[in-house]
Design a protein around this ligand. Structure first.
Ligand SMILES: *[C@@H]1O[C@H](CO)[C@@H](O)[C@H](O)[C@H]1NC(C)=O
Ligand SMILES: *[C@@H]1O[C@H](CO)[C@@H](O)[C@H](O)[C@H]1NC(C)=O
Length: 495
């Protein structure tokens, strides 16, 4: 611990320059414990159930404010607001426990589809082996081979942005997803559209709508894409659980805040089936050539995910630079699959003690297996079982004084904090090369699962070799991807 302190201090001393954030992380990291505000978390669990987005004036269709006040935006950067799911889609759940269980169920579907996608890429299994899909359109499944991307939960993800499609722009909420590339939006005429909060996008009313031909590079980027009648490009994104979107692959104008981008390849989905709720489509922020980020030629992007139980908003920014107090880590790519953003994690500490986890537990091997990705759409961080057990045991050891409670869904370490308003829990920090340390706020790993005081340790084991840093652990932190310099950056308390 003394060592950790020394290292941090040296880090601060070294980069003295514009140092506001340093003193904070300096004070925070050496502390063996972190306070968890139990009372505040419980108030939010009650509010989130009763919150009615339609009564909140901030979320009228006019709300697309350009966040010029954001401290990290530069004149050339593009910025738009991010809203947590609960702030635009009224919860249909009776209580917070039901909401939690449904979130966790979605999360498991998400993780298994990410893992499936990776296994397909690494093991070279043909996608057509995986799914016969009856799309209900006039062309059969054999004619369609789209990429299989992340799971159904991407369509019902936790964070949305309001995006304008076409010219003049028609506004829809789109899910933000770093775990997939293909952008898509529900499109008229609908063979099958699920319910969304905005009108369905109508291509005939847009002057910038333009179908892509089969021989275009964008169409060829769709894995194994085949074309209808050799003319226009058809995309298909299907999910492990039977949900999917199919339609024309086109170019359109996309408007974010006050900025418009022309000729963005996007799926115009006429046939959309599944668990997508609320949002009208998806903005792919992955690392592949079809993602919105890649099409924008963005050299970096960053997002901040506000507390998912809050009704506030934060921003997604493209081409804004990292502030000086950013905690950085290597951004690593998988040559078998360019979508995911892997991070060079070297260790985890609990209560200031670095856990005995071999570094290989977080490293990708030559075949493309293993490693750990940062994902906006997965909620709960997944670690290989051996690693998880070491972490969980250390945390449990440091919380022996807290009354325990039964396990809840995938959480095996829970507490009954109904009689407490605040508790101290061991500080949990992520460690990166060059002595960089990211201490997590207590509320990012001790989360309420009901409104009566049951809290659980919000990490989970996975039997896959792929580990994932989820959005629960990223809440309240600006997470940046510096694509040009291959760095991931974290700025705590910066939403
Ligand atoms: C991105 O770069 C490509 C190739 O240089 C170019 O054709 C395209 O217009 C650029 N897109 C944007 C949004 O700048
Ligand atoms: C939690 O503890 C309180 C106070 O001891 C008790 O009344 C309550 O039944 C416990 N809750 C559960 C779910 O065990």
């Amino acid at each position: 611990m003394g060592f950790l302190f020394a290292l941090l201090f040296a880090g601060c001393f070294f980069f003295t320059a514009p140092f506001v954030g340093c003193s904070r992380s300096l004070l925070q990291t050496p502390q063996p414990t972190t306070a968890l505000d139990v009372a505040e978390a419980l108030v939010k669990t009650k509010n989130v159930i009763s919150f009615d987005p339609t009564k909140k004036p901030a979320f009228t269709p006019l709300d697309q404010s350009f966040s010029a006040s954001s401290p990290s935006s530069s004149p050339s950067s593009i910025s738009l607001q991010i809203h947590p799911r609960v702030s635009i889609h009224k919860s249909s759940h009776l209580d917070y426990k039901a909401l939690t269980l449904s979130r966790l169920q979605r999360d498991s579907a998400r993780v298994s589809s990410l893992v499936t996608r990776l296994n397909l890429a690494v093991n070279g299994i043909s996608r057509s082996d995986l799914k016969p899909l009856d799309t209900g359109l006039e062309f059969g499944a054999e004619d369609l081979e789209g990429p299989i991307v992340s799971g159904s939960s991407q369509g019902s993800g936790e964070y949305f942005s309001r995006v304008g499609i076409g010219k003049p722009p028609s506004q829809v909420y789109m899910v933000l997803d770093t775990g997939s590339d293909v952008n898509w939006v529900q499109c008229a005429p609908c063979a099958d559209c699920y319910q969304q909060s905005d009108p369905i996008f109508e291509p005939s009313l847009s002057s910038s709508y333009s179908p892509l031909k089969c021989d275009t590079q964008q169409c060829k980027y769709l894995d194994d894409s085949e074309c209808r009648n050799d003319r226009t490009c058809v995309y298909e994104v299907s999910y492990g659980d039977g949900s999917y979107t199919v339609g024309d692959f086109v170019t359109e104008t996309i408007t974010l805040g006050s900025d418009s981008v022309n000729n963005v390849a996007i799926g115009c989905g006429h046939n959309n089936e599944g668990l997508f709720v609320g949002a009208g489509g998806l903005l792919g922020l992955g690392g592949g050539p079809l993602s919105f980020t890649s099409q924008l030629n963005a050299s970096s992007f960053s997002y901040c995910l506000v507390d998912r139980d809050s009704d506030s908003a934060s921003t997604l920014e493209f081409d804004s630079s990292f502030p000086p107090n950013t905690i950085t880590a290597p951004l690593i790519r998988n040559h078998q699959l360019d979508t995911f953003y892997y991070i060079g994690l070297t260790g985890i500490s609990v209560g200031g003690e670095l856990l005995p986890i071999p570094e290989s537990a977080f490293q990708m091997d030559e075949s493309g297996n293993g490693g750990i990705i940062v994902d906006s759409g997965t909620a709960v961080t997944r670690l290989q079982s051996d690693t998880y057990n070491v972490l969980r045991d250390a945390f449990a050891k440091g919380t022996k004084n807290l009354p325990s409670a039964d396990s809840v869904a995938l959480f095996d370490t829970c507490y009954n904090l109904s009689t407490k308003s605040s508790v101290d829990v061991p500080t949990l920090s992520l460690h990166f090369p060059e002595g960089k340390v990211l201490p997590l706020p207590a509320k990012n790993y001790m989360i309420p699962v009901d409104s009566v005081g049951t809290f659980c340790f919000a990490f989970a084991p996975t039997s896959s070799s792929l580990s994932i840093i989820g959005n629960v652990q990223q809440q309240g932190t600006r997470v940046g991807f510096d694509l040009g310099n291959s760095r991931v950056g974290f700025v705590p308390n910066k939403c």
